[in-house]
Design a protein around this ligand. Structure first.
Ligand code: GLU
Ligand code: ZN
Length: 320
């Protein structure tokens, strides 16, 4: 078997909190336990929220905690770089072309209000399901959306630029078609999972209307091209995993192994967020040593039987 490669893929939109440390530690431990390597990728696709300084801070925090990466980071250690998503547009562009040449893309001009107003019967968890409002009437293959604008516009029945005052000048978001079929996978934590993308999310966005690449497309392209063999992350990304498996298949890549752990919660039982200041690393570093913080994260992750000061390497020694 080839060597394991795990990864941590933070979005640089703020200081990490204990939940992020748990995610980093669990993926680090899982890769290292079997003599594998660990990669750091900066997921700065959202231009409004991402900041270089946050990425730097994440690297400093990981280093201080002893969570060292073998590949990636801002300095781009390794052969599969760059490891910063905002610098990887050419790879996403190429994947987009391959989806387009299969006739699976179409432009969507819906606003958020349109999507909410037309969404399929409501999901109990508040998830939004795209109704297919802009989907061409005929089944795929659809006409290319990347060919010269006029051809694409007439073929998809989309208003040409200037003809509709509301959409004129606005670039459509691009969606990839999903089929009415079950996507099954076995997750190391969550077990057997089944999603039907038509029912659970609908055709989903691969490039936003502002031109930004969608997380789903970028993460698949990156994990595949970077040779990641296992993805360890929070269980809030289980449905995303089904979407990603759809893209793995369309792009002809082998999906990695998946392990989605239960998210840790705050004292009110809610999942940690950037608003839980007491759990942010800024506050934790003011009160605890790096080894104490790793100990808390390891305990919350179920890796050690009680909170105690440890380094990440010592966590490997526990068979708990
Ligand atoms: N950038 C994503 C986040 O911070 C990571 C998603 C993933 O691990 O695939 O939530
Ligand atoms: Zn639409």
């Amino acid at each position: 078997m080839s060597k394991k490669k795990g990864r941590f893929a933070p979005s640089p939109t703020g200081r990490m909190h204990l939940g992020n440390v748990v995610a980093a530690l669990l993926s680090w431990v899982s890769a290292k336990r079997d003599g594998g390597s660990w990669l750091l990728r900066i997921e700065d696709l959202d231009p409004q929220r991402s900041r270089y300084e946050y990425a730097r801070q994440i690297e400093d925090d990981l280093s201080r905690l002893g969570l060292d990466w073998d590949e990636g980071g801002l300095d781009g250690i390794g052969q599969a770089g760059p490891y910063v998503q905002s610098m990887r547009g050419e790879f996403y562009e190429e994947a987009l072309r391959r989806l387009d040449s299969q006739g699976l893309l179409y432009g969507c001009t819906c606003t958020r209000a349109d999507i909410l107003a037309t969404q399929a019967p409501h999901q109990s968890d508040g998830r939004v399901v795209y109704s297919g409002r802009c989907r061409p009437a005929a089944e795929p293959p659809f006409a290319s959306v990347l060919e010269p604008a006029s051809a694409a516009a007439s073929a998809t029945g989309e208003a040409g630029e200037g003809s509709d005052p509301l959409t004129a000048g606005r670039r459509p978001a691009l969606r990839v078609a999903v089929g009415d079929e079950d996507i099954r996978f076995v997750d190391r934590y969550a077990g057997e999972c089944v999603y039907n993308l038509r029912r659970d999310c609908g055709d989903f966005i691969v490039r936003r209307s502002d031109g930004a690449w969608a997380y789903q497309l970028a993460v698949v392209v990156d994990d595949a091209l970077m040779g990641v063999t296992e993805v360890v992350r929070g269980e809030d990304l289980l449905l995303s995993t089904a979407q990603q498996i759809h893209l793995y298949r369309l792009l002809g890549y082998e999906p990695p192994e998946f392990a989605h752990f239960p998210l840790i919660t705050n004292a009110d039982g809610q999942r940690l967020s950037k608003r839980d200041r007491a759990e942010s690393l800024e506050s934790l570093f003011a009160r605890y040593t790096p080894r104490e913080i790793i100990g808390m994260a390891a305990y919350r992750a179920g890796l050690i039987p009680e909170p105690m000061p440890v380094g990440p390497g010592e966590v490997l020694g526990f068979r708990f």
